[in-house]
Write a protein that binds this ligand. Structure first.
Ligand SMILES: [Cu+2]
Length: 151
């Protein structure tokens, strides 16, 4: 009986130590970004730690129709040629302006949003380095881009 009680209290103590860590790891850190009719994101830089769980939430605050001023959010692998990516993706309306041939360059993405729409993506921050994010809606990436800096 005594041994059983000891094991139980050990398990309880162990669980109390481990569970806060588990729940902290399970909840991704949320990063809010907005976009607008002036082709601007509200954030130019996101900083993160390698392996960290991130949830990027994009809200399009614009009022222009999606066909004229839609915005997405696309995070590219390090070393991707962003001009080549954006040029190829300009025509890819049916796949959220991500060219099928360029899909392997994408680490995370949020679909094209119309006015007042919100989209999100959860992903794990990649290895230390700098990663470009952009809006691949035709003609937008020159103004709508930024960096995820992972340390
Ligand atoms: Cu855009």
């Amino acid at each position: 009986m005594k041994k059983h009680t000891l094991i139980l209290s050990l398990l309880t103590a162990l669980f109390a130590t481990v569970s806060p860590t588990l729940s902290a790891a399970a909840a991704p850190r949320e990063i809010q970004i907005t976009s607008n009719d002036q082709m601007k994101y509200s954030l130019a830089t996101i900083e993160a730690k390698a392996g960290e769980q991130l949830k990027v939430v994009l809200t399009n605050q614009g009022t222009l129709p999606k066909e004229a001023m839609g915005h997405n959010w696309v995070l590219l692998k390090a070393g991707t040629d962003i001009n080549a990516f954006a040029t190829a993706s300009m025509m890819a309306k049916d796949s959220e302006y991500i060219a099928p041939a360029m899909k392997d360059k994408v680490l995370a993405s949020i679909k094209v949003l119309g006015p007042k729409q919100t989209g999100e993506v959860v992903f794990t921050a990649p290895a230390a380095g700098e990663y470009i994010f952009l809006c691949s809606f035709p003609g937008h990436y020159m103004l709508m881009k930024g960096s995820l800096i992972v340390k």
